[in-house]
Design a protein around this ligand. Structure first.
Ligand code: 3PG
Length: 212
């Protein structure tokens, strides 16, 4: 296992759930991340889907003690460079391109690239990737599908994301090839808009207590 994979696993194994955030207002990012960290979720993925994303990553990286902020929805090498410059400690992409893999190989920051089929997993294995995001998890076939990949593609670990919630997280966490799950349910839009940080800490604690 490479040092970068070990770095990624150390981040992902620290908690059963990685919150996936779409931040509309960069000002909410710091209290939101603090609320998640207080609940036990230190690795936080901020998706690059809003104009506020880079400012949000920068603010969390600089101001939230204990947080490991990663960038999600990386679609190009340009996104990679911007996310890393903002302070991301890991990078998540829904799929992968040659440009992203080249950026990843030239960087010290670990990548969690998306894959949804046996061929996509095999192609990433050829690139030396050992840990992947299984995306979109529920829509692609759910826990039963991922379980079916565990024997032929043994040695690859996954963070299933997409349609994962408190209801089905354990179905994934109990699989031998799952290291953690990702999900947006721990930071509902309404609670963020209301500034209900205590409510988010409660959801985070509930998620952090999930076991296989
Ligand atoms: C996403 O792409 O938005 C993430 O995979 C999170 O999915 P979710 O909102 O279904 O948890």
């Amino acid at each position: 296992m490479t040092a970068k994979t070990e770095k990624l696993l150390a981040i992902l194994k620290a908690q059963p759930v990685v919150p996936v955030l779409i931040v509309d207002d960069a000002k909410s990012a710091v209290p939101l991340a603090r609320a998640l960290v207080a609940g036990g979720l230190k690795a936080i993925e901020i998706t690059m889907r809003t104009p506020a994303a880079l400012d949000a990553i920068r603010a969390v990286a600089a101001e939230v003690e204990g947080a490991n902020v990663g960038a999600g929805t990386i679609l190009s090498a340009k996104d990679w460079d911007a996310a890393v410059a903002a302070g991301s400690t890991f990078i998540v992409s829904p799929g992968v391109t040659r440009g992203i893999l080249d950026a990843a190989n030239a960087s010290d920051v670990p990548i969690l690239p998306g894959a949804a089929t046996a061929s996509e997993v095999m192609a990433l294995r050829e690139e030396g990737v050992e840990v992947m995001k299984f995306f979109p998890a529920e829509q692609a076939g759910g826990a039963a599908y991922l379980k079916a990949l565990s024997s032929p593609l043994a040695g690859t670990l996954f963070c299933p994301t997409g349609g994962v919630s408190l209801k089905n997280a354990k179905d994934y966490l109990s699989l031998p090839n799952v290291v953690c799950v990702g999900g947006s349910w721990v930071a509902p839009k309404e609670l963020v808009a209301a500034g209900d940080w205590a409510g988010i800490t409660r959801l985070a604690s509930e998620a952090a207590a999930l076991k296989a």
